[in-house]
Design a protein around this ligand. Structure first.
Ligand code: ATP
Length: 354
């Protein structure tokens, strides 16, 4: 278990990379730190590892305060983006290096390196040097080196970012299976929301050194706590439209929508941001109630589906505050074969329960 209490890290020059952060990561959990560049993910990971000293706050691992414990004694293994392998050492020596530092006898070192290498399908490559390995193989050597020490936690800093798209997908599945087999607490830094959702048991979405939301992938996807999380999560961004409470319902981009649970109790005229994912917007060629009336402006092929971008003209009368004068843009994902034609007039109905 990793617990962070009131953790703050300020760098010289007044940069507050982590801001009074509290977090509990459960024993055996696969936990992702997700957020845009510069939000403090790497600094947080390095602080857990002991490579950065917090300005304020505490770090505990397994219930023991390690805030003042040097990195080598925290019993955690960190895998960096560039793998940090030793170019002059072969695979065996690279994997066994941390064991050598810990003065594990040579025979045991070699046995543990060979056993871990076999687990990661590196057995044939033990005598090679990093320069003679592919990116994916180097990544597995870095993982093997981390695993061989039997640490209490793994800390991964974008370990898949150097791999090409296909290898990255393979490595992702591999990493997930490995973590499940070993059941070692793992903290994984990524700016790739797809990777975080696919791998993690729980995700923390960060911004400006703070945690905006912690939850399971389904929670942050289905129930984002803020418009920041809503727009950051999802392979196609969520539709976020200005709206207003009117006559017991919502008025959004010219459509009258039933009042969602989240808006219950808001007074007449209250402004809202209405959010619905493109995956939960259904298109029809005929008018229907509770739908945005628009015209197809862009069609993008996603492989097994199409992303349809609609232009919804500005409404007559008094539009909700914050509405674009030229009208709104609404996106919908429609299954292959169901896509409308460019320029066609369509009605886009958001699924109320979503
Ligand atoms: P990325 O995804 O780009 O790696 P990140 O979320 O990991 O970003 P950090 O590397 O943790 O972000 O940086 C957080 C903030 O702290 C940034 O504003 C960065 O410029 C600043 N920072 C990081 N390290 C230092 C340092 N050694 N000295 C001063 N400022 C730093």
């Amino acid at each position: 278990m990793i617990s962070l209490h009131g953790l703050t890290k300020e760098f010289p020059g007044g940069v507050r990379a982590i801001d009074a952060l509290d977090l509990e990561i459960a024993d055996g959990e696969f936990f992702a730190l997700l957020g845009p560049s510069g939000c403090g993910k790497t600094t947080l990971l390095r602080t857990i590892a002991g490579l950065e000293t917090p300005t304020r706050g505490r770090v505990a691992i397994g219930g023991v305060d390690v805030t003042a414990t040097p990195p080598g004694r925290r019993d955690v293994a960190m895998v960096f983006q560039d793998y940090a392998l030793f170019p002059h050492m072969d695979v065996t020596d690279n994997i066994a290096y941390p064991l050598r530092i810990r003065k594990v006898p040579r025979a045991e070192r070699r046995a543990r390196a060979a056993e871990t290498a076999a687990r990661l399908s590196l057995a044939e490559l033990l005598a090679r040097r990093p320069g003679q390995l592919s990116g994916g193989q180097q990544q597995r050597v870095a993982l093997a080196r981390a695993i061989a020490c039997h640490p209490r936690a793994f800390l991964f800093d974008e370990p898949l970012s150097n791999l090409d798209a296909r290898l990255r997908l393979e490595a992702r599945t591999f990493l997930k299976r490995l973590q499940r087999d070993l059941a070692v607490t793992t903290v994984f830094v990524t700016h790739d929301q797809g990777e975080a959702l696919a791998l993690a048991d729980r995700v923390a979405v960060m911004s400006g050194g703070r945690i905006m939301q912690v939850g399971t992938p389904a929670e942050v996807f289905q129930r984002p706590a803020s418009t920041f999380v809503a727009s950051f999560i999802g392979s196609t961004p969520m539709n976020l439209l200005p709206g207003e409470v009117r006559g017991g319902g919502l008025r959004v981009a010219g459509a009258r929508l039933p009042l969602p649970q989240e808006a219950a109790g808001l007074p007449e005229g209250a402004g809202v941001v209405y959010g619905v994912r493109p995956e939960y917007v259904d298109l029809s060629p005929a008018p229907r109630p509770g739908a945005f009336a628009g015209r197809v402006a862009v069609l993008e092929n996603l492989g097994t589906a199409h992303l349809v971008t609609l232009e919804v003209p500005a409404e007559d009368g008094e539009p909700p505050a914050g509405s674009e004068p030229g009208g709104a843009t609404v996106q919908a994902v429609v299954p292959e074969g169901g896509e409308p034609a460019l320029g066609e007039a369509v009605w886009a109905a958001p699924r109320h329960e979503r």
